[in-house]
Ligand binder design. Sequence first.
Ligand code: NAD
Ligand code: UPG
Length: 474
Amino acid sequence: MKDSEVKNICCIGAGYVGGPTMAVIADNCPSLKVNVVDINEERIKKWNEKDFDRLPIYEPGLAEIIKRCRNKNLFFSIDIKKHIESADMIFLSVNTPIKKSGLGKGQASDLKYIESSTREIAKYAKGETIIVEKSTLPVRTAETIKSILESNDKSFNNQKFSVLSNPEFLAEGTAINDLENPDRVLIGGENPEAITALEEIYVNWVDKNKILKTNLWSSELSKLVANAFLAQRISSINSISAICETTGADINEVSRAIGMDTRIGEKFLNAGPGYGGSCFKKDILNLVYLSKYYGLNEVASYWQKVVDLNVWQQHRIRKIIVKKLFNNLTSKKIGIMGFSFKANTNDTRESPAIQICKDLIEEGADLRIYDPKVNKFQIEKDLEQNQFNDNGEGSWTLCKSIKDIAIDADAIVIATEWEEFKSLDWSDISRLMRSPKWLFDTRGITNSKDIKQHNINYWKIGLGDSSSNIKFNF
Ligand SMILES: NC(=O)c1ccc[n+]([C@@H]2O[C@H](COP(=O)([O-])OP(=O)(O)OC[C@H]3O[C@@H](n4cnc5c(N)ncnc54)[C@H](O)[C@@H]3O)[C@@H](O)[C@H]2O)c1
Ligand SMILES: O=c1ccn([C@@H]2O[C@H](COP(=O)(O)OP(=O)(O)O[C@H]3O[C@H](CO)[C@@H](O)[C@H](O)[C@H]3O)[C@@H](O)[C@H]2O)c(=O)[nH]1
């Protein structure tokens, strides 16, 4: 470190983690200078937009922080060399997607961005520098990072490196609150001085008791395990949603009943169309890959089932919609409420809405999509098809309001749990639709009595018909 105190931070990767995380650090540590760099020029341009509605990422509370800190002690730039050279501490926040080809294809993490950014650090860093792994990485990646950094001649630029693991646990949609009030901050490392330097940044706003120090490998592994446990809860509750639908039970009642047991806890028990987002699938598959790599095949197949159940849940919903609409969707108008993978984000990575829309388009439906934050270009990319594809097959159009998606619609599918979908006037919507009308609530956010009184047929995730006569023969 220069002068043994961290003054200049560089963050490589200006994405969903790098942007918000560095914004919160800059906001809480006015004496630090924080430079966020990226190879994606377009993204950096958007971070520097004058119009705060056009930042590349939508997160409640983010624009306000950017307004306060940008060009004061928070900077977004493509000058990677300059900011690596001046940094005492460098955060690696680059993407670590699943490998698309080669060994470990479809399961292992692709570490090419970690490797290329580490090589940049090895090329430009000067003096003592702390490298912080913020990206989610397979266990023992710090070893790879160290060997790349140490491959230089020791006297080059007087370089000296310490590598720490400091995984990020923020969830999208609540990123700013999660960063400002984390359940814990995890720091894994070997060099006590480097650990203290990072801890000193966090204590500016995080209670010291919440800062947990472990060895490097425990820290790297804990991140994968946290995501695996969270996703496992969703697959568990989704599996039970299917039992509820066939037996007359109600998943909301079951979730509440089990969640009141303090050993189980009430969070992460919402049944839905399967989990989405950029993390769960890739991180569990990475755990599966690691387990297989170490010959732990039973462990691998245990976690693989969490992913399999999720895929099954997504396809189950398509089948239900097709069946209820007389097995024919050709030219039927279907309104889609929500496209992001969860509420309060513009992120669509692995969004269950993508699979649902693709499936319905394949059946010949004419989709009208409304999402408060997702734009046309993103949907075009995700559905791999342009708007208004008028070839007589399935098509989609992005609409500006719920009213627009309801006009002449045969059905409406709630795909994301945006707050504004929870208190709609269904009598107005019903008037615009074509009979027989259907609502498919894959997020379980509407009330059956409210919908049915407006002459709309109703399907809700995990809601069975409690008055039905289903018998179970022991
Ligand atoms: N998204 C989340 O909610 C979340 C939460 C916790 C952890 N993570 C983990 O954090 C990491 C980043 O996730 P993200 O969602 O921010 O990804 P992202 O794709 O939004 O952002 C990553 C950025 O890194 C940039 N980049 C790649 N290589 C680079 C290089 N050599 N030099 C400079 N920039 C480079 C890309 O251009 C991109 O803008 C991943 O490992 C992810 O698993 C994500
Ligand atoms: O009860 C629930 C909770 C969530 N979900 C779905 O699960 C997915 C993931 O949601 P969430 O975990 O809230 O958002 P992410 O931004 O993906 O955050 C997860 O992934 C991040 C990246 O690693 C971690 O940092 C976070 O701690 C972890 O929660 C979304 O599709 C949600 O709709 C449900 O279906 N039911």
